[in-house]
Design a protein around this ligand. Sequence first.
Ligand code: DQA
Length: 148
Amino acid sequence: MNVLVIHGPNLNLLGQREPGVYGSVTLSAIDAMLRDEADQLGYALRTFQSNSEGELVTAVQDAAGWAHAIIINPAAYTHTSVAIRDAIAAVGIPTVEVHLSNVHAREPFRHASHIAPVARGQIAGFGADSYRLALQAVRGILEEGAGG
Ligand code: DQA
């Protein structure tokens, strides 16, 4: 099984970016942790980060034919991007939305997600562990698909 992890804008700055909100773990450490956990599950895992909305749309489109599931932290585009939402709907790949912070406990503009209605679910508020929990959610989705 193949899992694509997509990180949106400013997540390349994790570790130095507002550590009180997002923690001190770097993006490369999160990716390494996910690769380890995916290895243990026997999944192939690819990761991708971009600050550009169009590149994120293309990454979702390109997942078709390879990925069995997508984990995405669309970052600020969560709250603005109809284009990423439409790409997820178009490819029809089960998608888990992830946030490090609890977006619902923050500013009102972060409470709305264009992605949530086309995602299988949303995990928010557990720091880097949100990604680990998302991989567990993906496992459940893929095992359900395999009839297990
Ligand atoms: C975020 C939450 C977003 O509101 C914010 O714009 C981000 C990161 C998170 O992981 O908590 O860049 O997606």
